[in-house]
Design a protein around this ligand. Sequence first.
Ligand code: UD1
Length: 451
Amino acid sequence: MYNIDDSEIIEVVGQEKLEGELIPQGSKNGALPLIAASIAFDYPIKLYNIPNIEDVNILISILKYINCQVDFNKNELLIDPRKIDKYEIPWELASKMRASFDLLGPIVFRFSKARIPFPGGCLIGNRKVDIHLYAAKQLGFEVELTKGDVFVHNFNKSKVNKVINFWIPSVGATKNVIFLAAFAANIINDEILINNIAVEPEVIKLFDFLLNNGFNIEYSINKKYLKVKPFKIKNYTFYEDYNILDRIETGTYILAALATKGKIFIKEDSYSKEYFKLSLMLDSLLSILKQVGFNIEYYNDGIYCAYENTKLQPIDIETGYYPDFPTDLQPQLVSLALSINSVSTIKEKIFDDRFIYVNELRRLGADIDILDNKIAIVKGGNELSGAKVIATDIRGGAAILIATLFANNTSIISNVYQLKRGYENLIDKFNNLKANIKLKSNKEKIYEYRF
Ligand code: UD1
């Protein structure tokens, strides 16, 4: 069902309490749209705080393919888009990462057309792109599906609909539509309104980046609308910007520390203000942790989270669109629930198949029922026992790692690649928090997985 890469494994010696300080990485889902957006302009752009993770490196390889110059060094990414000369992305590159579909909007903005492979299946459920394609048609483009590619082209200004209503506040569609709408608004010389947009912090960071680069947009976080007006691109010779912190990476370490009955101090950076402060971006997580009985304290320079009270309450929560509880922390929260001596209920409302990782948790002895593929009933408190497990997807993999950290004995995690897609320096970061984990090359096949 899924490809397993066993070229590397992580060996986890369980039952070490995590303790220490975390300096969060730059956001994965913040970096990808900023990098994609940079190709819409015609001057070099330097982005700071870009995590050195597989997904970023794959996007960089796609940028290089379209002849964008890229230099990535110590979390600083210099993008020079001036020589880009391709508007088509081959399947071999696009299939490595779903988020390559995010290039659709920026490429259309640059070339008035783009050909991008239709995104493939995914391990967390159906991930349709019908809203992206609907919006492209409403904005006056022809959308053709040929040989597995989506071809957006042939803009016709008489076919532009100036009001677009999303039926789901899709993160991906919001990121793409802003470029398509900007292209159309400039030609019809009129404003376009998009209703029911995503307001995830990573999307708002993209809006701010585009505003700084001349886009004439107006948005409301509360009313979830975006107005895109005609504008002239800036005549910059150079632009630089700073990526926001990774709320999902941070949440993962908080949940890992608490599941091992430990404590963690999360260092905020001085750049992140207001909407992008970790304490705000993680409010839904921190609130539920407080309700459960963990100690959460806020400081000017960070957040302290600790297991202190032994009488913890069960977790009862459902995932939702921002500011509700993020689906990308749902698997890790299930692992925390396994460490609590109670029956917790965690509902998945964003994706339709986001419990594949649960089978791997069961291999460690987890008692979890999944109802309708939507609700996890987690019977926590049983001692888990180390086993050979597979990191099924980025966040499912993180959940599995968390469970092995408080399971007894040693566990072996394969498909490490999935964790590397989203977590920078994972091994060092966990070991700095006093975990006992090792990355091992598996060339001699000390471990092999067979179906
Ligand atoms: C982004 C994030 C991902 C996160 C998700 C939800 C990136 C690279 N990925 O994914 O980590 O889990 O937001 O916060 O930033 N949908 C449709 N039709 C569409 C588009 C979406 O039905 O055209 C559905 C999807 O099937 C899914 C839901 O809407 O069930 C959410 O999708 P969306 O918000 O677009 O998430 P992504 O951008 O794929």
